[in-house]
Write a new protein. Structure first.
Length: 218
């Protein structure tokens, strides 16, 4: 016959220990379920953050400190202004945008003292992906590409460049002669390639006009 100590040990191994082990298993399962649910809850936010990330990078000549580039754009009616110093002409911005593209402005100041309406700048469409900006001197002369809308916009500008330069030359000549430039009807002077890009541009700009909230000009 078992004495009391032996009986207590027997009861522990037969009754109590299995219950402890069972409780530990339940605790592990509960912890795993909680971890999985937390991961599932965070997944949409993580996916959205990845899909909405934009990068604007490039170079402006070989400028360095104190030269700065500013990025001005709008998200959910809130104006955001970011800035970065140039290093060997290079700069980079990273941010998040909504589900639709937004118009932004890159502004350059070689002195790094801010910007105003007379500052050198160019517009850029902010959308998920990497946007590349490159120029030897001023942003107004920059080449912008890397994402679909910016590539379309660059092609459109390139197609219309000859017509734009021709009009500017006529305007400058008439201004130098002291006469007021006359409005020109350029529709008859456009090449087939230029007309093609204008036709292709219309549906793009029509859709963008409905979704893009353009910030106030700098």
């Amino acid at each position: 016959m078992l004495d009391k100590p032996q009986l207590s040990i027997l009861i522990f191994f037969i009754i109590i220990q299995p219950k402890i082990q069972k409780s530990q298993i339940y605790l592990k399962i509960y912890s795993m379920k909680k971890l999985v649910l937390t991961a599932l809850a965070l997944m949409p936010a993580m996916v959205f953050a990845q899909n909405s990330t934009f990068i604007v990078q490039g170079n402006i000549g070989a400028f360095g400190t104190p030269a700065k580039v500013y990025l001005r754009y709008q998200v959910d009616k809130k104006i955001i202004i970011d800035s970065t110093e140039l290093k060997n002409g290079k700069f980079k911005f990273t941010g998040h945008i909504g589900t639709v593209p937004e118009m932004g402005y890159l502004i350059f100041n070689p002195k790094g003292t801010g910007f105003d309406s007379n500052s050198d700048y160019t517009s850029v469409y902010l959308e998920p992906g990497t946007i590349n900006v490159s120029t030897k001197d001023l942003l107004v002369n920059a080449r912008i590409d890397g994402t679909k809308i910016n590539q379309e916009n660059a092609s459109y500008r390139a197609a219309l460049k000859p017509t734009k330069e021709g009009y500017e030359a006529i305007e400058a000549k008439e201004k130098a002669a002291g006469t007021k430039p006359k409005p020109l009807n350029l529709s008859g002077r456009l090449s087939r390639k230029e007309k093609h890009w204008i036709k292709k541009r219309k549906p793009l700009m029509s859709s963008l006009s409905k979704i893009i909230q353009t910030p106030r000009s700098v």
